[in-house]
Design a protein around this ligand. Sequence first.
Ligand code: SF4
Length: 405
Amino acid sequence: MVAPAARKSRQARVVWGDRVVTVGGDAPVRIQSMTNTDTVDVIETAIQVKELAQAGSEMVRITVNTPEAAAAVPYVREQLDRMGENVPLVGDFHYNGHRLLTEFPDCAKALSKYRINPGNVGKGDKKDKQFGQMIEAAMQYDKAVRIGVNWGSLDQELLAELMDENSRRAVPWDGRQVMYEALITSAISSARRAEEMGLNGDQIILSCKVSGVQDLVAVYRGLSARCDYALHLGLTEAGMGTKGTVASAAALSILLQDGIGDTIRVSLTPQPGEARTQEVVVASEILQAMGMRSFVPSVTACPGCGRTTSTTFQELARDIDQHLRSQMPVWRVKYPGVEKMKVAVMGCIVNGPGESKHADIGISLPGNGESPAAPVFIDGEKAMTLRGDRIAQEFHEIVQAYVER
Ligand code: SF4
């Protein structure tokens, strides 16, 4: 699989202790996520950050919305450090970030990156000053920033200016184009302003989030053509379940295929009882499906049809998939490269042997009316045929032996 050529961006460094997460440049596309706990609840927040990090989130954003939350941030960091979790924390600031970063220096130090929303950093004369205070904190403590514009909280003064300008055009743009321009202008002009204040441009990451797939594609194509800052991609408020997953995958894949995007977040609304980590799993699957990164061995399985009247192959595919995923924390360290392994579990001999040959290990379970035999292919060659009631167990053992070898 050939990964698309990436747009050349600057490289930011998001650092905590020995852990350096590079974003942009030649770094792989990074995965990030955000907690939904009240940051004041230090233990709950630290536990969720750790869960997200263990699921594969390489940076975790937490809400910093009140003095109490800002005061809690160093304790969240301390808890994580005690748990041996060094994932960098990103502070999500809106409205009062300038005050919180100035009045709570321990919070400013404990975070590795600040998310600044130029749409609500302040109005009129105060805007520049308050934005400047956040940039000064980033410079003082040597932190990266994400200038994150969102069309739900777009700078209204800028939008009004652009609409006014548009009304004087011979052929005015439509409302959507004006909105795109406002998002892009807000992000880029804020970044340039931060650089003028002295912040190293490499340490600036930009995002312009919207909730429609076509809008996101249009905005990021425009944004990427007009600057070389590292870009954070995400379909904001993507929604729940299948809708949110599919919309995020569609939007992010189009842009990633164009080489646009240095870090991604899938903003899923968890369904009741659904783990917050699901958004990290979806983000990882998008990058893996695109051939850009590998996180877990992939299991290819056919959908099954009238040729398979039992669910044996589906159960085997599910069990193998779960087993491989559960082993990864240990295997990743013990068997480097194991995440690139491909396993095929197929329902009959129609496509089974062919698909198995393309995998590192593949098995075709006997379909309806076929002889009760399951050919196994290893590295493209037929290695054996399994028979009897222990086919699933024996295949598990073969996979295990392959990994160890
Ligand atoms: Fe049906 Fe066999 Fe194709 Fe699976 S491999 S979908 S069982 S024909």
